[in-house]
Ligand binder design. Structure first.
Ligand code: ADP
Ligand code: MG
Length: 341
């Protein structure tokens, strides 16, 4: 076969292979877009584990009519424009690939109204050949994206979908993780018409504590203490369970600059901080937020952005270890009975 340039649809479908693994990955990309658009209220309405329908409605900044088509194009983003921007990412998205990828493997409808526009407009694309239809619609300020029949045109991917129940449990777990990253946002998760989670904005400590209890369980909330350490432009805050109360059933969530992560370096640092305080069968339990200068973190490592690279890995690691060791020794001291007369 001679060398040829792939059709945009095929190129998008290949890209979709990297970011759209299952319905939960679609939810992640769409919710991150809503958060980047400044939304404070989110509805996540799912049918049949997301295999039939995923609808995300937000009250964010919206997309102007003349940008709807562009939003669905690959490498089209409003979040970065220079290498300098790429080196200090503050938004969750920046690759300009999610909508193009998702729309190439589903039937996607995007309805939006920015505050400055009188009416809402809707763009639809059906596993398309980059043909987008745009028509007037009714919608309050913000955006709704509906993704129907995920993988309908890619049978090989569709085959890997598990039962609706399993797919929904991935979505629920994801929504939990996301809801722990943004207490200032109200979240509603609906499955097959039934409300599953309803989390109001949690502005004060008391409300935050309640959200943590709702998402991480009563036991976690009961035994977790607050951590709050600042050092040299870095900060680590969140909740940490005292070693005596750690079991095999661990709650382990960590975030870097607001982005949920499963990071080897952080996990290692956390384990090291707990050290011999845990028996082998016990797992550390935590919800931790690390903040540092975005220039010190490279998020452009993995298409789905599950990983980051720290420019000063050693420094970050040691900061986390010592911050947590301090916090743990204070917890231990508070938990132990007074020995001195
Ligand atoms: P990225 O998030 O990497 O920029 P996406 O393909 O996810 O790429 O989205 C493309 C663009 O569409 C975004 O840069 C943004 O301008 C716009 N967009 C997508 N979703 C929303 C939303 N919910 N509200 C406002 N704008 C959105
Ligand atoms: Mg995005």
């Amino acid at each position: 076969m001679p060398i040829q340039i792939l059709s945009p649809q095929l190129a998008n479908q290949i890209a979709a292979g990297e970011v759209v693994e299952r319905p939960a990955s679609v939810v992640k990309e769409l919710v991150e877009n809503s958060l980047d658009a400044g939304a404070t209220e989110l509805l996540i309405d799912i049918e049949k584990g997301g295999c039939k329908k995923i609808l995300i409605r937000d009250n964010g900044s919206g997309i102007a009519r003349d940008e709807l088509q562009l939003a669905l194009c690959r490498h089209a983003t409003s979040k970065i424009s220079t290498l300098d921007d790429l080196e200090q990412i503050v938004s969750l998205g920046f690759r300009g690939e999610a909508l193009a990828s998702i729309s190439s493997v589903s039937r996607l409808t995007l309805t939006s109204k920015p505050a400055h526009q009188d009416n809402a407009w809707q763009a639809s694309a059906e596993g398309r050949d980059m043909q987008v239809e745009i028509k007037p619609a009714a919608h309050p300020v913000g955006t709704s994206i509906e993704v129907v029949d995920l993988f309908f045109n890619t049978p090989a991917r569709r085959k890997f979908l598990r039962s609706d129940k399993t797919e929904f449990s991935h979505i629920d777990e994801l929504v939990k993780r996301l809801a722990l990253s943004r207490f200032d946002v109200s979240w509603t998760l609906v499955h097959n018409g039934q409300p599953v989670r309803q989390l109001r904005q949690a502005t004060d400590t008391d409300q935050q504590q309640k959200r943590v209890a709702a998402l991480c369980g009563k036991a976690f909330a009961q035994h977790a203490s607050r951590v709050n350490v600042d050092y040299d432009g870095m900060s680590l805050h969140g909740w940490l369970v005292q070693p005596a109360a750690c079991s095999e059933q661990a709650v382990q969530y960590c975030y870097v600059n607001g982005r949920m992560m499963r990071d080897k370096l952080l996990n290692h640092a956390i384990r090291q901080a707990y050290g011999h305080l845990l028996r082998p069968e016990q797992q550390p339990s935590f919800v931790l937020y690390l903040q540092l200068d975005p220039r010190q973190v490279d998020v452009n490592v993995h298409p789905a952005k599950h990983e980051v690279r720290f420019h000063q890995a050693r420094l970050v690691h040691d900061f986390v270890v010592s911050a947590l060791q301090n916090a743990l020794s204070q917890l231990q001291a508070a938990a132990e009975p007074e020995l001195l007369p």
